[in-house]
Design a protein around this ligand. Structure first.
Ligand SMILES: [Zn+2]
Length: 294
């Protein structure tokens, strides 16, 4: 007798209804979009899957670098280059480092929702609603912000979260890896969900440039990363597509990594055909040109 796996019968990409969507025309005649986004996880990156790490002070200090040094250095770079980014910040980080979060806002960047304690929204998690509500509450109380964008902490998602984001008026998510263009989620019920600005996993600096006791891996040399990033961007331009950075100030705010980011962004801007934009700008453009709006 053949045994059925629970996954049998479920379509392979149930969230993305537009596998053959045509390329978008980008504003101002640009040929591609670069969604410049930053995840300011600070200490929550080290405590999210194991609360006992609150006693591991050196591991936590990676996150402390972000609150005190890394984010400020990235803000300085973005000012020098004249670019705006989206900073996804967990509520706990805003409460712990309010001056840092205010500096992000003061420089005109977008603030996105990234949970409260950066708890991964796995299917069945008891924390999904609490993380959403506390994240909204903190961004409102500290910064007066009602976020338009959401990025899933730890890069996981489930149907209950997709439904909740649409209910809560989130315009776009930036968490999935299933496209190189924006698209609108199709919920399991058949109702439309949020817009998705897909993430480019090759632009997650955590995977390329950080090694630590609780996150051990080989670190890639900046020259190799720069070559990879430039190749990806050049091909994305050929495809009239988009790419999304996932930068963490505890990685890209370190000296050699900031130099790498400066070189990459300077070249991207010099190309003249890449729209370096925030998530709200790209989602707004998608919304304005969307065929068959919900
Ligand atoms: Zn994060």
């Amino acid at each position: 007798m053949t045994r059925k796996h629970a996954w049998e019968g479920i379509p392979p990409h149930p969230s993305n209804p537009s596998p053959a969507a045509p390329p978008l025309a980008w504003p101002g005649g640009r040929r591609a979009a670069l969604f410049l986004s930053v995840d300011v996880d600070a200490e929550t990156a080290w405590t999210d899957d194991d609360p006992t790490r609150t006693d591991h002070l050196v591991s936590l200090s990676f996150g402390g670098y972000e609150g005190r040094v890394g984010t400020a250095k990235m803000l300085e770079l973005f000012r020098q280059l004249g670019v705006k980014a989206t900073f996804f910040i967990p509520g706990w980080v805003v409460d712990a480092y309010p001056a840092m979060a205010e500096a992000v806002l003061k420089d005109g960047h977008e603030i996105g929702h990234h949970g409260y304690h950066h708890l991964r929204p796995d299917p069945g998690s008891a924390f999904i609603e609490d993380e959403l509500a506390r994240g909204f509450e903190t961004l409102k109380r500290r910064l007066g912000v009602r976020p338009l964008g959401y990025r899933a902490p730890g890069g996981e998602f489930c149907e209950a979260l997709r439904v909740a984001l649409a209910r809560d008026g989130i315009l776009y998510s930036s968490s999935f890896r299933d496209d190189v263009r924006p698209y609108r989620h199709l919920l399991a019920s058949g109702a439309p969900g949020t817009i998705e600005l897909p993430v480019s996993a090759n632009f997650d600096d955590w995977m390329l440039g950080l090694s630590a006791r609780f996150s051990p891996r080989s670190v890639m040399a900046p020259r190799d990363v720069l070559a990879m990033w430039n190749d990806e961007l050049d091909e994305v331009v050929e495809w009239a597509a988009m790419l999304t950075t996932v930068l963490h100030p505890q990685v890209s705010g370190r000296p050699m990594r900031l130099r790498l980011l400066r070189e990459f962004l300077t070249r991207a801007l010099d190309k003249g055909d890449v729209w370096v934009a925030t998530g709200a700008e790209i989602a707004g453009h998608f919304l304005a040109t969307e065929v068959g709006k919900p």
